[in-house]
Design a protein around this ligand. Structure first.
Ligand SMILES: Nc1ncnc2c1ncn2[C@@H]1O[C@H](COP(=O)(O)OP(=O)(O)OP(=O)(O)O)[C@@H](O)[C@H]1O
Ligand SMILES: [Mg+2]
Length: 255
C-alpha cells in the first residue's frame, strides 16, 4: 500500500510538534524514521495512523484520503505499535493477539478457525507461541513488546507503523524482528534509535525539531556531518569484512 502524506502538522497548544511534513512511501518499502528524543517521530507515526485530532495536512493510502475512511476501515489497513503500548492486565497472551482480528469480525463473520490460525501464525512469528496461555501481567518487557507486534500482525495491515519496536528486545529478537519486518509484504514505517539497525531500511527520514529534514537511502542520509549536527555524535564508518556491509562506531564529540 502506497503512503503519501502532505503538509502534515500537529500542535500542542501554541507549540508546533510536527511541522509541514511531506512523505511518500512506496508499497512494500521499509521506511525508517530516525531523530533525537523529542524530534517528533512518535507524533508523526500517530499522524500517519490518523490517530491525532486537529491535525493539519493529509494522509493518503493508495490515493485515498485517510479522512474519508471509518475507524474500522483504517484498522483494516493500518496497525500501529506504540512506543509505550499497554494492554488490559487480565488478558492472556493469545487473548491479546486475538484483539488484532477485531476489525475483521462482525455478526456475520465471528471469530473462526481462520482467525485462530492467523493468531497462531503471528504468535509464532514473534516466538511467543510457547507462552500463549500466560497472563499478560506475568510477561517481561520484551515479551510484552513481542505480543504487541503479534497483535499488529494479526490485524493483517497493509501499512505497519512501528515505534521503536526493538527497544526492549534481546539481540536475537531484535535481529529476528528486523528480518521479519523486511520480509513482510507490507509497507512499513518504523522509528528506530539504533542507527546501525536503521541501515537495514530501504530509506530513512531524519526528524529534527518536528521537521523531516532529510530523506533518502541510509548511506546517503547518515553522513558524518549530519550525525554530528543532528545526533551530536562523531561516527567512524567501518566495513564488516564478512559481507562488506557498512556500520558505524559512534563516539562523543568534545564539548
Ligand atoms: N500531547 C502532547 N502534548 C504536549 N506535548 C507533546 C505531546 N505529545 C508530544 N509532545 C511533545 O512533542 C515533542 C515530540 O514528541 P515525540 O514523542 O513525537 O518525540 P520522539 O521523536 O518520538 O521522541 P523519543 O525519541 O523520545 O521517542 C516532545 O517534546 C514532546 O514532549
Ligand atoms: Mg518516540
Amino acid at each position: 500500500m502506497r503512503l503519501a502524506a502532505t503538509s502534515l502538522g500537529w500542535r500542542a497548544g501554541s507549540r508546533a510538534i510536527v511541522r509541514d511534513v511531506a512523505l511518500e512511501v512506496a508499497s512494500g518499502e521499509v521506511f525508517g524514521l530516525i531523530g533525537p528524543n523529542g524530534s517528533g517521530k512518535s507524533t508523526l507515526l500517530r499522524l500517519l495512523g490518523g490517530l491525532l485530532p486537529h491535525a493539519c495536512g493529509e494522509v493518503r493510502l493508495d490515493g485515498q484520503p485517510l479522512s474519508a475512511l471509518s475507524r474500522r476501515e483504517i484498522a483494516r489497513r493500518i496497525a500501529l505499535v506504540e512506543q509505550q503500548a499497554d494492554t488490559a492486565e487480565a488478558l492472556t497472551v493469545r487473548d491479546a493477539v486475538e484483539l488484532g482480528r477485531t476489525p475483521w469480525l462482525s455478526m456475520l463473520a465471528p471469530f473462526g478457525a481462520a482467525d485462530a490460525a492467523i493468531v497462531t501464525e503471528c504468535l509464532s512469528a514473534v516466538d511467543m507461541l510457547h507462552l500463549e496461555d500466560s497472563a499478560w501481567s506475568t510477561l517481561s518487557g520484551g515479551e510484552r513488546q513481542r505480543v504487541h507486534i503479534a497483535r499488529a500482525l494479526a490485524q493483517r495491515p497493509r501499512l505497519l507503523l512501528l515505534d521503536e519496536p526493538t527497544n526492549h528486545l534481546d539481540i536475537h529478537h531484535q535481529l529476528a524482528l528486523l528480518r521479519l519486518v523486511n520480509r513482510l509484504d507490507v509497507t512499513v514505517v518504523v522509528a528506530l534509535h539504533d542507527l546501525n539497525q536503521a541501515m537495514s531500511c530501504d530509506r530513512l527520514g531524519v526528524m529534527e525539531g518536528g521537521r523531516l529534514v532529510a530523506c533518502g537511502p541510509p548511506a546517503e542520509v547518515l553522513t558524518p556531518d549530519r550525525l554530528a549536527s543532528i545526533f551530536r555524535v562523531g561516527a567512524t564508518p567501518l566495513r564488516d569484512p564478512a559481507d562488506d556491509a557498512m556500520l558505524f562506531r559512534f563516539h562523543c564529540l568534545e564539548a
